[in-house]
Ligand binder design. Structure first.
Ligand code: AHR
Length: 487
């Protein structure tokens, strides 16, 4: 039997709602087809945005959406994406599939999408192939109300008021696709670019420097040493890639060993975060600077027959378990992790939504976001877990992962049984208090079960499979399941 003890007297602070953030790049069918179909499409839309997809995004209380990339961001020139759509410059998306990008989705469209979804925008500016002036003027175009030529251009394009964009990334993966820079060079470049990203009016830019990949602590050290004073956030990119780049897994046809490897890599994210956080603590003991995990998720082989540059993959219960592992560890590290953005929203990598023509399906990962919604802006509670391991000789993780928080007197516990075969009996206790009542929701299925356009068996169900005795909750979680229990 596994045991979970929640301690209301111990908290790492508030779980930032931005931990449940998203990322949409000009990549494959994420923006085009997945979100944006244009006003003249037969697919029901509002100002070109798919109604079904926007409604699904909205239902998650999506807090923030990162755009336009990814690697695409460092090739993107924002002026190509404003003004009449028919006159916009066409370019080849050299990062992703070599397709023609007609720039019909640009600044105004992105901010219209955020308006419809009700989320905050997070824009990544171009450092790799863009100029300081270009970035500076983009911020001015977005946020200034002054009567300058740049602002007049915005007015002429139909937008009177400044949008007041807050989250601002200065380059993406500047150690790789964003310019292959050394950390010393990037730190200086960051200092220069961010200096010309001005503050306008009441709006205060939250400036995010490009941070490390995976466990590259040397990058973090140099950035914190040289540029901490002028950053609000430092990004971290870390994907779960079982088999590595050369032997990526199929998203749907995988073995139990693949499953355990995937879970172990996902769980290792906590070690990486703590490594970087320890360095950040030395330069920023007050924890003013947020760690922004702005790309995370499973990266598998593309679906057979699809463009390899489009990164389209199915999404199974394995993905759901990986999402739950990440959220629990992000919640635990909420004293440093301020934002996290799963890659990516629609039709790309660990997508929450898949589309095909006018059809849409919600993936198991989508449902995990739904189950974790209550943690947003709640007070994190320490939660002690005693459980057996699940795995093989090489890869093993705790069979139970969980996290807890409290808001308005209600405690939310999210917990998962990561074992693919065995049920898990769990006893849940509140330290020094008796639990009076509980209700729950659950997602479960075989590790390789998924939803497609014909059949969508994976959905959240009401969960009543527990009893309360002596102030403790006793429950038996099915194999491969994620539950939310409200106490
Ligand atoms: O999310 C796909 C790509 O992965 C992004 O464009 C890039 O930043 C990362 O390498």
């Amino acid at each position: 039997m596994a045991k979970i003890a929640i301690d209301r007297s111990r908290s790492g602070g508030t779980i930032s709602r931005y931990i449940y953030g998203h990322f949409a790049e000009h990549l494959g069918r994420c923006i085009y087809g997945g979100i944006f179909v244009g006003k003249d499409s037969a697919i029901p839309n509002v100002n070109g945005m798919r109604k079904d997809v926007v409604a699904a995004m909205k239902a998650l209380n999506m807090p923030v959406l990162r755009w336009p990339g990814g690697c695409f961001a460092d090739e993107y020139h924002w002026r190509d994406g404003i003004g009449p759509q028919s006159a916009r410059k066409r370019m080849v998306n050299t990062n992703w599939g070599g397709v023609v990008e007609d720039n019909s989705f640009g600044t105004h469209e992105f901010l219209e999408l955020c308006r419809q979804v009700g989320c905050e925008p997070y824009i990544t500016g171009n450092v790799g192939s863009g100029t300081v002036r270009e970035m500076s003027e983009w911020v001015e175009y977005l946020n200034s109300d002054g009567d300058s030529t740049v602002v007049q251009e915005r007015w002429a394009n139909g937008r009177k008021d400044a949008w007041g964009v807050k989250f601002w990334g200065v380059g993406n993966e500047s150690w790789g696709c964003g310019g292959n820079m050394r950390p010393e060079y990037y730190a200086d470049t960051y200092r220069r670019y961010q200096g010309f990203c001005r503050q306008y009016g009441e709006n205060k830019l939250y400036k995010i420097a490009c941070g490390p990949s995976d466990a590259d602590t040397a990058w973090t050290e140099v950035l914190m040493k040289n540029a901490a004073f002028c950053m609000d956030g430092l990004s971290l990119h870390s994907y779960t890639i079982p088999g590595g780049w050369s032997h990526k897994n199929s998203a749907t046809e995988f073995t139990k060993d693949d499953y355990f490897e995937t879970l172990a890599i996902a769980a290792d994210m906590e070690r990486k975060i703590r490594l970087h956080a320890a360095i950040m603590d030395r330069y920023d003991p007050e924890k003013r600077i947020g760690l922004i995990v702005d790309e995370w998720g499973n990266w598998f082989e593309v679906e057979p027959g699809t463009n390899p540059g489009f990164l389209y993959q199915q999404n199974t219960m394995r993905d759901a378990m990986v999402a739950a592992i990440h959220f629990d560890l992000f919640n635990r590290c909420c004293d440093r992790v301020f934002m996290a953005n799963i890659a990516q929203t629609v039709n790309v990598l660990q997508a929450i939504i898949l589309t095909e023509g006018d059809r849409m399906v919600l993936t198991p990962t989508y449902h995990v976001f739904d189950l974790y919604k209550a943690h947003m802006d709640a007070r994190q509670l320490d939660c002690y877990i005693e459980a057996e391991k699940t795995g093989n000789e090489k890869y093993a993780v705790s069979s139970v992962t969980a996290s807890a928080s409290e808001k308005d007197g209600t405690i939310t516990l999210t917990l998962s049984n990561l074992d693919p075969d065995r049920e898990q009996e769990v006893e849940i206790a509140l330290r020094d208090e008796a639990i009076a009542g509980a209700k729950g929701r659950i997602l479960s299925g075989k590790m390789d079960a998924y939803n497609d356009f014909e059949n969508a068996p994976i959905a959240i169900r009401e969960y009543t499979g527990f009893t309360i005795k002596d102030g403790r909750v006793a429950t038996t979680l099915p194999p491969c399941s994620v539950a939310e229990i409200t106490l």
